[in-house]
Design a protein. Structure first.
Length: 335
């Protein structure tokens, strides 16, 4: 028991030490962006949505891929229905037998379904592209927000350092003016003027300290943490006018969120077209292999110990002529 307590205490201390070492490292802009990307729940939700949308392409395409199914039936008890057959003499009762064990394998391939699968696949493809674009747009916005708050906190910290230097300079200047007053080379007015400037500098320092605290809290919030004691490491960017083109024109249509909306509208048009496919017949080719064995449910039927087999191959046509208006309602709802 004592050994277990000692090991538990060791692991707790190690975890605390590791956490303190991690937080002791300075916080850089790339590290802040990485932490925000991994901790943001909305971004994670969009990432999962994009991954789910990519799999819906295969789901839509499966309408034109081979379909294979396996069915098996085993009857525990049964009573056959009897069929009277007149062979010219007395009628004979034939049992309407069915196998006690029955297994079937069926493979089918849709040849034509009114272009429903094709339109569903194109809609799924557009939806996947839209989800990916929305995810990239969210990543871009989060990156810009983290960068803005990081530089805001860094600028507030720099202004706080400037305020400290200003106070030190005014305190030194005040000492020189006070010495000049005592030596007769200065006046009381000079001292009062410097003291007034010093009080304003101290008030400015308190305001800057508040700005630093607010900026750090906003940065911690976007990183998904309640507070972050790490020191900031980085330099403020210097805008360079020569890097901005003189004929720069914003093109809103190329934004990821706008492109995502365009693709969603196109996907909805494809879904509407796919919903109209109920007017056309569906044609498929199929093949079935049956394995069956008769049991001892009726003495007129000879049982067999091994499975017999039968197969069938053909074409199947399905045409929905009327389903109570469900297909029409579905098409109208997809507009």
């Amino acid at each position: 028991m004592k050994k277990n307590i000692t090991l538990s205490t060791f692991f707790i201390l190690a975890a605390v030490l590791l956490s303190s070492l991690v937080h002791a490292a300075p916080l850089t802009l790339p590290a802040a962006v990485g932490e925000a990307m991994s901790a943001n729940p909305d971004l994670k939700k969009l990432e999962l949505s994009a991954d789910s949308a990519s799999w819906r392409k295969l789901e839509a395409l499966s309408g034109h891929l081979p379909q294979i199914s396996l069915n098996a039936t085993h009857f525990l008890s049964a009573k056959y229905s009897r069929l009277k057959v007149n062979l010219g003499a007395a009628p004979i009762d034939f049992p309407s037998a069915f196998p006690q064990d029955d297994m079937s394998v069926e493979a089918s391939l849709t040849l034509f379904d009114g272009f429903r699968t094709l339109n569903l696949y194109r809609a799924a493809l557009l939806e996947a592209e839209a989800a990916s674009l929305e995810y990239e747009r969210a990543r871009f916005k989060l990156h810009e927000a983290v960068q803005l708050h990081f530089y805001k906190a860094l600028a507030a910290l720099e202004l706080s350092h400037v305020a400290d230097q200003n106070i030190k300079t005014l305190e030194q200047h005040l000492s020189l003016v006070q010495m000049g007053e005592r030596a007769g080379t200065g006046t009381r007015v000079d001292v009062l003027r410097i003291e007034s400037q010093l009080e304003e500098a101290r008030a400015e320092k308190l305001l800057n300290d508040d700005n630093v605290d607010v900026a750090r809290r906003e940065l911690s919030e976007i990183l998904g943490e309640e507070s972050d004691p790490r020191q900031l490491e980085g330099t403020l960017p210097i805008p360079r006018a020569e890097l901005i083109s003189a004929d720069l024109r914003p093109d809103v249509s190329s934004r990821d969120d706008v492109q995502a909306q365009i693709r969603r509208e196109q996907a909805q048009d494809r879904l509407n077209t796919a919903a109209a496919s109920f007017w056309l017949p569906k044609v498929s080719v199929f093949g079935t292999e049956d394995f069956y064995k008769f049991g001892s449910f009726d003495p007129a039927i000879l049982t067999n110990t091994s499975y017999q087999s039968a197969y069938s191959v053909g074409l199947r046509l399905t045409w929905n002529l009327f389903d109570g208006g469900a297909s029409i309602a579905k098409k109208s709802a997809s507009r």
